[in-house]
Design a protein around this ligand. Structure first.
Ligand code: C2E
Ligand code: CA
Ligand code: CA
Length: 743
């Protein structure tokens, strides 16, 4: 037997005393009813160390006392047991208790007897795993330490196996538990707890991660690492950079580890470094109050390689989570997390909460004119402003394109506040950019509503606001939802109507008041459903406009009007002008001009016979764009009239700048001409305005002889209205023309 590992302190001054003293001692329990044996044994073994660990003696004078100590003291390595005490079998009975009742299988048992020649039954030795059997007389110093050393060695081996086995079990359990953890925070907390379990000690520690936003570099600085989780005593370091960790010992060991990107160890602590393919390296600091034993180090290694896998998984999960919950452009929560957040908040409290959706007006225009890069930057600035200027309890997210979702208590979050915050100009690549916004909001009233449905409600309000009061805000109500639902049904019906050819055009003649002759017609869209009911354009046109369906419908109207005019021209050769209504949505559409060109190219009608009717809102759009389109139309030879003229009346300066051909006086003014209670000068003003700008003027909605006379008196000689004729289907119009052109 080699004694290399056995040292006597006084014999071997080379051995580091500090190391022996600071290490955990081996516990040896001496059980004997003879006090002298206790004294002699501990005296003989005094100063002995084994594997750099000192010995510690525990004393029991009866089997009962020994049992108590064995129950209270963990990790007793060796028991030197007197066979005969209270009775002849007291020692052997204790052996049975140790193995069977206390289930201490690692403890090494050395039986001792005072009577030479007395041997315990072989059966007991076999059955209860007795390490040695000695006669008390043999216990010389050398004999004793040989025997104890041998027992300690086998105890240590057994303990290692047990620890490894247990440790591996814990690792397997811990790893599978860690595997199921989502999020680096959760994983970090889990790792500290599980490590404590693996080492079987209440570990103090902390975990840092390299800041994700930094690109992968060759060398890392302590500033790059942030503490994400820590056990009780190190709590105050959470969220701080490693360079700012207060505890000097902790910081120094971490810094050392980071500089080498490797594990470090000090007397009572260690750091474990986990590189990660994504640059999110992890660093773990563990205070274990002693140096690690070899088994523990090996276990840690196994554990670490498992953690590395967990870490990779979590990083991937985190990234996936980020994709699922974060807006990648603005790096703020997206719609999914907005809904989730609402759900979570609602679980606790649903009163006095408001959800506001904020939409940037004409964002696509900004995108088109300034470029997508500026558009992105503007969104970023808006998000930044919202997060900075709103109280911290407000949740800010991006729902889609240019729509943001906010939620917070009604006391701190209001549409007025949002208006105020966003009305200040933004500095967009050195230029000032103002925006206007439209808001829809919903004040939570219903505890059972899901986050998604709550967003839907706010969105219903937003859509409504966008349709009718851009730049303003609207609150969700049941009525709005009902209307929205109706509009949706109408839209579905309209789509189907378009494909099922339930739509057709009616034509209303336009009359020259001096000659009484027809000079043109206005094409008006009609929808006759399968069951023969007519749905008025005032209902379906707005729905078509807000859904964009007006674009294909409008194209169909131009084509149909050109075809019908061709039919009329073939038959009557009157050189009639065809008025076609063009909505702003259509006019703005990037393909508009091309579409018009190709319609005209496919038709024998001269472009000069075509007049587009647009409302003042078109003239109010971004001037440059409108001017360009109007010029192009002009070049094509198409005329353009301003419909419902006078109702917008906000700014007439555009009339001088933009090439319009005709003004259509709105019916409301024509109505007032014969109202004895009102004196309106507006028709007169419009007629004079048209004359001075060299535009022709036509009166709409003329219903009486009297109105006709008034118009003539004011030198307006073009009119359209029920007084002359109602809008008619093509065949009817042909009949009408037959009668009226004969004269
Ligand atoms: P609008 O362009 O101002 O069309 C004139 C409206 O006045 C037509 O209503 C016409 O039937 C009606 N009207 C004509 N004379 C009289 C009259 O003497 N008295 C009264 N009370 N009404 C008269 P309609 O056909 O119901 O069209 C309503 C609106 O729907 C149109 O107003 C126009 O804004 C829109 N619309 C109709 N067809 C189209 C189309 O093809 N495209 C687009 N974008 N809008 C259209
Ligand atoms: Ca019109
Ligand atoms: Ca009109």
């Amino acid at each position: 037997m080699s004694d290399e590992l056995v040292f006597f302190a006084e014999e071997d001054p080379e051995d580091s005393e500090a190391q022996v003293i600071s290490s955990k001692p081996w516990k040896i329990l001496i059980v004997d009813d003879d006090g002298e044996v206790h004294h002699a044994t501990s005296f003989s073994l005094k100063g002995l160390s084994f594997m750099h660990r000192p010995l510690e003696f525990l004393h029991a004078y009866s089997a009962a006392e020994a049992t108590q100590i064995l129950q209270d003291e963990p990790e007793i390595a060796v028991i030197l047991l007197d066979v005969v005490m209270e009775n002849d079998r007291a020692g052997l009975d204790l052996v049975r208790t140790i193995r069977e009742e206390l289930e201490l299988s690692n403890i090494r048992i050395v039986l001792r007897t005072g009577q030479p020649g007395y041997a315990p039954e072989m059966e007991v030795i076999q059955q209860y795993d007795i390490n040695d059997y000695k006669n008390k007389a043999d216990l010389t110093r050398t004999g004793l330490f040989t025997c104890v050393t041998s027992a300690l060695r086998s105890y240590s081996q057994l303990a290692t196996i047990t620890t490894s086995k247990k440790g591996l079990e814990v690792i397997v359990r811990a790893s599978s538990e860690l595997m199921s953890m989502h999020g680096i925070q959760e994983l970090a907390n889990g790792i500290i707890t599980q490590l404590a379990a693996v080492l079987g000690i209440p570990a103090e520690g902390l975990i840092c991660f390299r800041n994700k936003n930094k690109e992968a570099q060759l060398t890392y600085a302590p500033e790059d690492f942030v503490v994400v989780a820590a056990s009780d005593q190190l709590q105050n370091s959470i969220n701080t950079q490693v360079s700012k960790v207060q505890n000097t010992q902790v910081r120094e060991l971490l810094v050392d580890s980071i500089s080498r990107q490797a594990n470090s160890q000090s007397d009572n602590a260690c750091t474990l470094y986990f590189p990660n393919g994504y640059g999110d390296d992890m660093l773990l600091y563990l205070d274990i109050q002693r140096s690690l034993e070899e088994t523990e180090q090996q276990l840690l290694e196994v554990f670490c390689s498992n953690i590395a896998i967990c870490l990779d998984n979590v990083t991937i999960l985190d990234r996936l989570h980020n994709y699922a919950y974060y807006d990648s452009l603005l790096d703020i929560p997206n719609r999914v997390s907005f809904a989730k957040h609402i759900d979570e908040v609602m679980e606790e409290e649903f009163k006095n909460l408001i959800i506001i959706l904020v939409d940037i007006d004409h964002f696509s225009g900004i995108n088109d004119t300034l470029g997508a890069e500026s558009g992105d930057e503007l969104l970023r600035l808006v998000a930044q402003r919202l997060i900075q200027d709103l109280p911290a309890e407000v949740f800010t997210s991006r729902l889609s394109g240019d729509t943001f979702g906010l939620m917070g208590p009604t006391q701190v979050l209001t549409p007025e506040l949002i208006d105020r915050i966003l009305s200040q100009p933004f500095e967009l690549f050195g230029n000032e950019q103002m925006i206007s916004i439209t808001q829809g909001y919903y004040v939570l009233q219903d505890a059972n509503i899901s986050g998604n449905n709550a967003i839907k409600r706010a969105n219903i309000a937003l859509k409504r606001a966008k349709d009718i009061v851009r730049g303003d805000c609207i609150e969700y109500t049941r009525e709005i939802e009902e209307e929205t639902h109706q509009r949706m049904l109408l839209l579905q019906g309209l789509r189907k109507a378009h494909t099922d050819q339930e739509l057709f055009l009616a034509y209303q003649p336009q009359i020259d008041l001096q000659s009484g002759k027809i000079i043109g017609v206005e094409a008006l869209m009609r929808w006759r459903t399968k069951n023969n009911s007519m749905i008025p354009p005032d209902q379906f046109i707005p729905v078509a406009e807000s859904s964009g369906l007006i674009v294909p419908l409008g194209e169909w109207a131009i084509k149909t009007a050109l075809q019908d005019l061709t039919t009329l021209e073939k038959r009557f050769q009157l050189g009639l002008q065809m008025g076609v209504n063009i909505s702003a949505v259509q006019f703005r559409h990037p393909n508009f001009l091309k579409m018009v060109q190709s319609c005209l190219a496919a038709s024998p009608i001269k472009s000069g016979q075509v007049e587009f009717e647009v409302t003042e809102s078109v003239a109010m759009m971004e001037t440059e764009n409108v001017r360009e389109i109007l010029h192009e139309l002009h070049n094509l030879g198409v005329k353009v009239a301003i419909d419902d003229f006078g109702t917008g009346f906000s700014c007439l300066s555009y009339l001088e700048k933009l090439p319009f051909d005709r003004l259509k006086i709105d019916k409301s003014f024509i109505d007032k001409m014969i109202d004895p209670t009102s004196t309106t000068y507006i028709p007169e003003m419009i007629i004079n305005l048209g004359r001075s700008l060299q535009m022709s003027v036509i009166a709409e909605g003329v219903e009486t002889e009297e109105q006709t006379q008034c118009l003539k008196d004011l030198n307006c000689f073009q009119a359209q209205g029920y007084f002359f004729c109602r809008p008619m289907e093509l065949e009817q119009l042909e009949q009408w023309l037959l009668q009226h052109t004969r004269r």
